[in-house]
Write a protein that binds this ligand. Structure first.
Ligand SMILES: [Zn+2]
Length: 66
């Protein structure tokens, strides 16, 4: 069963910072120029994290097994 978590987005000079609002601690940064995604804190890897800001949308699905 999938768990849905919301990502709150804030803008920083180095890129867009996505932080989980459901308390698992997931944080990642998307570079404005390259679009490269860097995970800072993995948080709950089983949860499906989604969030958006402006014209940037992001959906990250957790790793599944079995
Ligand atoms: Zn989360």
């Amino acid at each position: 069963m999938d768990i849905a978590h919301r990502l709150q987005v804030s803008s920083h000079p180095g890129g867009l910072l996505y932080e989980c609002t459901d308390g698992c601690g997931r944080r990642l940064v998307v570079d404005r120029t390259t679009g490269a995604l860097t995970v800072i804190d993995k948080g709950d890897q089983w949860a499906m994290h989604s969030g958006s800001i402006g014209d940037v949308r992001l959906s990250v699905t957790g790793i599944k097994s079995g």
